[in-house]
Write a protein that binds this ligand. Sequence first.
Ligand SMILES: Cc1ncc(COP(=O)(O)O)c(C=O)c1O
Length: 404
Amino acid sequence: MARSASSSSRPALEGGTPTRTEFLVFGKPRIGEEEIQEVAAALRSGWIGTGPRVQTFEREFLSYIGGSHVVAVSSCTAALHLSLLAAGVVPGDEVVVPAMTFVATASAVLHAGGTPVFADCDRSTFNVTAASVAAAITPRTRAVVPVHFAGLPCPMDAILGVAGRAKIRVVEDCAHCIEGTIGGRHAGTFGDFGAFSFYPTKNVTSIEGGMVVTGNAEAAERMRISRLHGLSRDAWKRFGGEGYRHYQAETLGYKYNMTDVQAAVGIHQLRRVARNLEVRERIWRRYDEAFRSLPIALPAPPGNGVRHARHLYTFLLDPDRLRVSRDTVLEAIQKEGIGVGVHYIAVPLHPYYRDRFGLREGMFPNAEYVSARTLSVPLTPYLDDQDVEDVIAAVTKVLLYYSR
Ligand SMILES: Cc1ncc(COP(=O)(O)O)c(C=O)c1O
């Protein structure tokens, strides 16, 4: 790998030498030979759409997560949409979502016909709290969508308590949290529905893809029909060797099915989930140790009995100890050859949500606080030891240079 022999103490942005010349892409997945072979086998089999590999992926995901029923779909956004419909969201209903999340958590509510109502986050965990959820509930609230941010499970006991008292449904957004557990039980199995993502940067990828986990057999069955145009179950089998079957549209459906080529990738990613978590845990410890004295707030550790899924290594810059903005720091680290991410600019600050719902700065002080300071550095099993040291060197160099 091409790297500069020495790096100057000035950031590349200011005319110094970059830490590395080959750009380290943020969120790059580790794709093994098994995935490549399985994709080739799926392509050669001729069955490239929804078929037996999707069923295998569903079975193995269910066995890993430990819920009752799973439904593979085309994305987490689709999983959230179908879950909200199954939770009974209809026009006029409100759904409580975090202000600090990716826009898909809120857009899924709109797709289901509901209205997102934002709950502020905790400044150190970035998760919603039972109190912030309770404050957003009104007589029109139908459901709440806690997001297990960066892989740190939300306080589900307290949130379920609030939801139970308000008689509302709980849809867990587990896009960041495949491995996360509370008391040994997986995130996604506490609420009525759990929605998972297999987007390229996620802890398990199928390139694009999602999964619903639920204890509700009837809802799962309806989702299997809704995910493929509302056609009668197993319509995908009509071209197989078991004899032609006429399909029937039983309901208004969507084009939310997962393909066997995607599942081929997902199956082998999932089989490596524990090993990949160990790699990210090791990188996490190394970052914690290396970044401790920098002008940042490190990610919050999980509480007792909680397993963190280690999806995003997200820290907060301390503006009182820096002489430049977050975006200057971000650009300088990128110029050092290290890709970074911003998770996230709070949803109420995006023009569409701000204008449509009349939201103003100051309404979600903690989410706004995080939005202005947050930065994430690479954390995937793709990284080798040298990559990790390069990330540390670049972040340290930039933050020391811009320290007050
Ligand atoms: C918190 C959260 N929810 C939902 C999604 C949507 O996932 P997908 O891209 O699989 O639809 C994402 C994607 O990054 C996310 O981070």
